[in-house]
Design a protein. Sequence first.
Length: 255
Amino acid sequence: GRKGWRGGDARADVSRDEDGVVVFVNKRSGGRRGREVLKRMRDVMKPPHRVFDASTVERAIERGDVRWNDDTRGLVAGGDGTVALVADALRTHGREPPPMAIAPLGTGNDLARVLGWLTVWDDARLFDQERVVSTLRRARLELVDRWALDIERPKRSKHASTSKSFVNYMGIGVDARAALAFDLARKNNRWTWLFFHELTNKLLYAVFGARDFVEHSFKDLRDDVVVTVDDRVVDWFPEDTEGIILLNINSFSGG
């Protein structure tokens, strides 16, 4: 299980340095919005609270800049992928992450929707240190399942087997291809200029998936993938199945 959370009445003392709020902002999320949020949060949040660039969180942890204890609260400004990125980075270094709230940015905000954070933050609240701390301290702790995914390659494959984890969902097929293409393009310096607004990002996401959808690139998916649940093979997929989604939360692609 994993700690996610939404509105409630939990309170804690923030007098010690480690008890402050740690904020992680994805500067690539929400077009140019992410960079603005990172800059303004750094201006607003003063010690003991700390603000980090989510894209360099690994280095910040290795330097010892990210400190937390059982009373620390976290805030992730970004999409679902940013939440997973930060949580995995913190966990990789041998400790459970603090409970984390979400300030949704960008295109993928299903976890924020499920946990009740989708409409909590406006600029007046997000860029006010006292209101940020108060909002997080009053939030109710919620546990969210976190699944382990083992990917085993055939012996003849040149790629090594690996392990991943997911909170929201795991996809195979059309949606997975679109999500991968979107992520790779956003990280490519040649194309970063295209990702300047949340609405544009959503349009680009649709464009990345359109080709596979129109050309039916995964029309044989049902024959290529075997799904087994509790030692039983699931064989009731329709013939035109081009994507399989394993859900852990009751929201997918904004619905």
